[in-house]
Design a binder for this molecule. Structure first.
Ligand SMILES: C[S@@+](CC[C@H](N)C(=O)[O-])C[C@H]1O[C@@H](n2cnc3c(N)ncnc32)[C@H](O)[C@@H]1O
Length: 454
């Protein structure tokens, strides 16, 4: 059933070409020698590079405001109260209001990348085609390691009718989920994607019953009535802020719009990297089907009791310390996989049942896999198949590209100047792509959490 128009805007939603047009407009308005922004308060350094994190206008004073927080906000509130950087312009004038009109001009070009322009939005990734490609690769890889577009078992018998894809980005997940159900003969499921920017194409052209809702998750309420959806899916939103209050759980609004008996499922990936110690025991209670997927993909299911060590790779150590610092400053967590669990626990009275799956994907061929057979099934993973190796290379590629995507933030946290950063970047890339440099077991950790609402 198509959602009634009272809940959904009838405004024409721009597709990606409009996003780039907006960027172009923004850049043309403020063209400098390098063809991009700059007298609207963003600094251009001697090389013509734009810095968005600085104060937007000389003479504008900033007051601290209540930050809206993402995963693990409860943790971060106490951990980093001294580093709050959220700023709100205190002055107001017509020129200032156009500067702060992030709805009309939501994007900013910085070097060769396009980012969200609102300095109060801590989301650190670009909103451009290279990033969409990276997220697409990550989504396809996750679909392989989780075995389906969702992990909850409830929809195997009765599919959902209305699905909400929060922070939908390119809409790829909705499109894949539509196909998954369509192959099983279920064609009448409606999908609603919500995002702060319209990056998704019109999926209706691909036969998806699709609506896009432009919305900022930092607002206190989602633009849907109580109990409207029977499946709410959130993927890779660990870097987004939710709600307008410090104390609000990122799950409270998604749960409000979910009907009784509906499913909330959250997938995320950690931003820091750890080393998986040899031959981890599989997660307790793993079904034989999930074990089969883990074996087929040469990935490792794990639990909170599974031991990890700090990465041995020097470049991942550098990166870990910078991303941790930068995320602390933005009141974000660099380990959303652990903190999603806390968010589910804090809503325990709303859920009938909660479950999770955590998976470590090694970023390369691991020394101890060749030396000893795995305890998972007793079968050795000594020789990886081409597919298994390709999956690990894909994971590594999405990690390297993510580091590239977060360049402005990491460069600032590292304290490096442009030349020094470029040297580090080239050395890091060369090292990580070299055979054997991640043989200790450095992993990408991903997780899925799901719960059924009472
Ligand atoms: C890492 S992407 C994930 C996209 C998609 N879920 C996927 O997995 O491919 C995060 C998305 O959150 C969106 N986003 C960031 N801040 C937001 C906000 N305050 N409100 C709504 N969406 C936001 C970004 O535009 C981006 O599309």
């Amino acid at each position: 059933m198509t959602p009634s128009s009272s809940y959904f805007s009838t405004e024409p939603e721009p597709d990606i070409s409009r996003v780039f047009l907006l960027t172009r407009l923004l850049c043309d308005n403020d063209a400098t020698d390098d063809g991009c922004v700059n007298n609207k308060g963003n600094e251009t350094n001697s090389e013509g590079r734009t810095t968005v994190t600085s104060n937007m206008t000389a003479g504008t004073t900033y007051t601290s405001s209540t930050p809206s927080l993402g995963w693990g906000s409860e943790l971060k509130q106490s951990a980093s109260s001294s580093t709050a950087t959220t700023r709100t312009p205190a002055a107001s004038s017509s020129s200032l209001s156009s500067i702060t009109d992030h709805t009309t001009y939501p994007l900013i070009r910085q070097n060769d990348r396009v980012y969200l322009r609102d300095p109060e939005n801590p989301y650190p990734l670009p909103c451009d085609l290279p990033e969409i490609h990276r997220q697409t690769l990550r989504s396809l890889m996750l679909l392989r390691v989780f075995g389906a577009p969702f992990c909850n078992p409830q929809f195997s018998k009765a599919p959902p009718k209305r699905v909400l894809d929060l922070g939908c980005g390119s809409g790829l997940w909705s499109s894949m989920c539509h196909e998954y159900f369509a192959k099983k003969g279920h064609h009448d499921i409606s999908f609603t994607g919500l995002d702060i920017v319209s990056l998704a194409p019109d999926l209706r052209r691909q036969g998806v019953n699709w609506q896009f809702k432009h919305h900022d998750l930092r607002k206190s309420r989602l633009p849907f009535p109580d109990g409207y959806f029977d499946f709410v899916f959130m993927k890779d939103l660990g870097m987004c802020s939710f709600g307008s209050s410090n104390h609000e759980s990122p799950l409270s609004e998604p749960l409000r719009v979910l009907k009784s008996g509906g499913i909330l499922e959250v997938w995320d990936s950690d931003l820091v990297f750890r080393t998986l110690l040899p031959n981890p025991a599989p997660a307790p209670g793993l079904s034989s089907k999930d074990q089969e997927v883990a074996d087929a993909t040469a990935t490792y299911t794990f639990s909170s009791a599974t031991p990890f060590a700090t990465p041995q790779n020097k470049y991942l150590q550098d990166y870990n310390s910078w991303v941790q610092k930068a995320f602390d400053e933005r009141k974000l967590t660099a380990m959303p996989c652990a903190t999603i669990g806390l968010s589910f626990t804090s809503e325990m009275d709303v859920f009938k049942s909660v479950d999770s799956r955590r998976i470590a994907i090694p970023l390369g061929e691991v020394r101890w896999e060749r030396e000893t057979p795995t305890k998972n099934t007793g079968t050795s993973r000594r020789a990886l198949s081409e597919d298994q190796l390709a999956l690990r290379q894909t994971a590594l590629q999405t990690v390297i590209q993510m580091i590239e995507s977060m360049e402005p933030l990491l460069m600032e946290a590292s304290g490096k100047g442009r030349d020094e950063w470029d040297r580090w970047w080239a050395a890091m890339q060369g090292d990580l792509l070299q055979k054997g440099s991640l043989a200790s077991g450095e992993c990408l950790e991903v997780s899925a959490w799901w719960g059924q609402k009472r």
